[in-house]
Write a protein that binds this ligand. Structure first.
Ligand SMILES: NC(=O)C1=CN([C@@H]2O[C@H](COP(=O)(O)OP(=O)(O)OC[C@H]3O[C@@H](n4cnc5c(N)ncnc54)[C@H](O)[C@@H]3O)[C@@H](O)[C@H]2O)C=CC1
Ligand SMILES: NCC(=O)COP(=O)(O)O
Length: 338
């Protein structure tokens, strides 16, 4: 996939149209445009204008015909590249009929990156269960974007805030399946991808990884579950043999306080909540979800659709602002190093 798009704007996908995505996009432009890289939103321009007016967000909406027009337009308002939803979106009311348009916008953003018309994709939150109803077969953006990227892509979810970076090795699977699906190979591969990304995109020349144990007390010498001895410890040994600075398995309950966090650059966690609870506790408003291992840049706010706030204007845009900024910084750094 060509990455000659470094100077192109970022593509922002709409996510769930019944959620808060559209309003935080308007707010991000209103609150932070002078500090953000140019971006355009895939959406319905008229709906965006109506929403800005009804919520009293003073963001002009500018319909653009091509992504190229976004750079100029961004100074004047929020550039919107038109798309259409099948059913008129209503705040807080999910409609599976809009699933194909939500999914299609993500596909279109990847095509624009491939064509050199976008420097990366920032995704607004999707509502996963309504997309599953609409036939979506991927657990989330992370796996869908990897499938769009190509056959041999292993995506890695990392959530990053100034205080902490976390990587869940298993992601959206039932908790009871975690021990069955967790393998040494999976931990090694995702940790290796994380180390490479920390070097390339996050200014860590010698990344330090801290691997959490799966069980309480990291298994207490295999007396509280054997996975830490049999699955996680061999992964740590393999990573160290490759020259990666990895430690663990560590007791997960004592690795997230400030002093512990200062000893590593990313915490490699065995399941979703082991990773996401600490980061959303230390920084709920400024975290960014970034997909590592893709041949293009993808970031996202780390929260969901917040359906109950849709249409109220109360949703915060800070995580989206951080996601746009991170994607822009990554694109600029990659352009500088190529
Ligand atoms: N990247 C993505 O596409 C993501 C999608 N989701 C999806 O979002 C849906 C709802 O998930 P929940 O677990 O309820 O998480 P959520 O993040 O939507 O909501 C959790 C709590 O945080 C609040 N909140 C979320 N974003 C906010 C914002 N910008 N400003 C102020 N308050 C905010 C909500 O009001 C709620 O109290 C699910 O379908 C889930 O799959 C969740 C996370 C990421
Ligand atoms: N809980 C994180 C989340 O749901 C993000 O998933 P994805 O859509 O970025 O794969």
């Amino acid at each position: 996939m060509p990455l000659d798009a470094a100077n192109a704007p970022l593509a922002l996908t709409p996510g769930e149209p019944a959620g808060t995505g559209a309003e935080i996009a308007l707010k991000a432009w209103a609150d932070a445009r002078s500090t953000l890289p140019p971006f355009f939103l895939l959406e319905e321009p008229e709906r965006m204008s109506r929403l800005a007016e009804s919520l009293g967000i003073g963001t002009p909406v500018i319909e653009i015909e091509t992504p190229n027009a976004a750079r100029e337009a961004f100074h004047e308002g929020l550039p919107v590249l038109p798309m259409a939803f099948a059913a008129p979106p209503e705040p807080g009311r999910l409609d599976p009929a809009n699933g194909p348009a939500v999914i299609g916008a993500i596909e279109r953003a990847v095509e624009l990156i491939r064509a050199g018309d976008a420097s990366g994709v920032v995704t607004l939150p999707i509502h996963k269960s309504v997309l599953y109803e609409a036939g979506f077969r991927h657990p989330g953006h992370t796996e869908f974007l990897a499938a769009l990227a190509g056959p041999d892509v292993t995506p890695v979810m990392m959530l990053a805030a100034p205080e902490l970076r976390v990587v869940p090795i298993t992601i959206h699977i039932p908790l009871k399946q975690v021990p069955e699906l967790l393998t040494t190979e999976m931990i090694v591969e995702k940790s290796r991808i994380t180390a490479e990304a920390l070097r390339r995109d996050f200014g860590c020349p010698r990344p330090r990884l801290a691997l959490a144990g799966l069980n309480p007390h990291a298994g207490e010498n295999a007396t509280i579950g054997t996975e830490d001895r049999d699955v996680v410890a061999p992964a740590v040994a393999a990573l160290r043999a490759e020259g990666i600075d990895a430690v663990g398995p560590l007791s997960a309950d004592t690795m997230f306080h400030a002093e512990a966090r200062a000893t590593y650059d990313a915490a490699i966690c065995m399941y979703h909540d082991q990773a996401l609870i600490p980061i959303k506790t230390v920084n709920f408003w400024g975290g960014v979800n970034v997909t590592l291992g893709l041949p293009f840049i993808r970031t996202s706010p780390d929260h969901g659709t917040a359906l109950e706030l849709a249409g109220t204007g109360k949703a915060h845009a800070s995580s989206l602002i951080a996601a746009l900024r991170m994607a822009g910084d990554m694109a600029a750094a990659r352009a500088g190093s190529s």
